[in-house]
Ligand binder design. Structure first.
Ligand code: ASP
Length: 335
């Protein structure tokens, strides 16, 4: 899959405090923070970042931002690119099915005013993120699930279609054959497309969309449609979006945690790292066997990303440059 053509690119603009965290004295950390403030002032807007290697999606969002479009339009249209791409097996059409062969989608969106909408267990509609936006804009609710979400989508002009492809059918068949099958971290069971953008007005929005864990139990819902877990936007502070094993993100209310940590003064990189630490330091955490990754941006356009395992990356489009940036990760420090 194309998003896993990870480009080894360490030219990340975030501040690498945590990689050396245990080695730095308090005054050195303060110095780093001061230089980060200088970086903040230099951060150029607009910008868009996304989980994984999705240059087509960030390019679409960038096109919207460059035309002075809103961050909300940018993240919706960026996510739609991946939803429509049948070679992307973790979102929209061609997303991986549950173990009964149903493709069920989760998505959410949040705007600069703190309004949000989400859909859960949505079937037969490719653009889950757009249905989530309609929930936000045209209902008094935040979340619609299952049949109700599908009926709402159809009533709002979305076409029902078969989301299965030859690839998803074959994948399910081979999963059913392997009785003790364990999905491979970063390869088979992850990849919510999460996107955060800041527009030329300096306003922030975010969205995420996923078919959830491949071969999940029927009815399973992950973090991605849950505001505060899979996504959180606070236009005064910044935003965060998650990918990986949703259960672990939900248990720590991950995206809200990252944004609140930024509100308390942490840089996006530090906040993502702290949120990952919360997961791996839980008693009996089985973190060696699952992946979680966060990307975050603060109001000034400084970005950060962090995961438990190697292999997670973020795509960033800023200052006319669309690049995939390999994220730093927890296991590097702990090994
Ligand atoms: N977070 C998604 C979920 O748990 C899946 C993923 O990002 O890989 O449903």
């Amino acid at each position: 899959m194309k998003r896993r053509n990870f480009i080894k690119n360490t030219a990340i603009t975030t501040i690498g405090i945590a990689t050396t965290r245990n080695l730095l004295s308090c005054s050195e950390i303060e110095e780093k923070k001061k230089s980060a403030i200088t970086d903040k002032e230099k951060a150029s807007l607009p910008l868009v970042i996304a989980t994984w290697n999705v240059p087509n999606a960030t390019a679409k969002a960038w096109e919207v931002l460059q035309a002075n479009g809103s961050a909300l339009d940018a993240v919706e249209q960026g996510c739609m690119v991946e939803e429509a791409d049948i070679t992307n097996s973790s979102v929209g059409k061609g997303g991986m099915p549950d173990r009964d062969g149903r493709i069920t989608l989760d998505a959410c969106i949040m705007n600069k005013d703190g309004d949000c909408g989400s859909v859960v267990y949505l079937q037969n509609i490719t653009h889950a993120v757009s249905v989530a936006r309609k929930v936000m804009e045209h209902t008094p609710h935040v979340m619609l699930a299952g049949k109700g979400a599908e009926e709402f989508a159809v009533a709002n002009g979305f076409e029902k279609e078969d989301l299965q492809t030859d690839n998803t059918r074959k994948a399910l068949e081979s999963w059913l054959i392997k009785s003790q099958y364990e999905p491979v971290i970063n390869i088979e069971n992850h990849d919510t497309i999460g996107m955060l953008a800041i527009d030329t007005n300096g306003d922030i929005s975010g969205a995420c969309t996923t078919s959830g864990l491949a071969f999940k139990m029927a009815g399973r819902v992950g973090d991605s449609p849950i505001i505060g877990s899979g996504l959180f936007v606070d236009n005064e502070v910044g935003a965060c979006v998650a990918t990986g094993l949703g259960e672990e993100v939900v248990k720590t209310v991950g995206s809200f945690l990252v944004v609140e940590l930024m509100r308390q003064g942490k840089l996006p990189q530090e906040a993502c790292e702290e949120a990952i630490h919360r997961i791996v330091s839980k008693p009996n955490s089985d973190y060696k066997n699952f992946q979680v990754g966060y990307i975050a941006v603060n109001k000034s356009g400084v970005v950060g990303s962090y995961s438990i395992h190697d292999g997670f990356s973020m795509t960033r489009y800023q200052v006319n440059k669309n690049e995939n940036v390999q994220s730093d990760y927890y296991l590097k420090q702990s090994s």
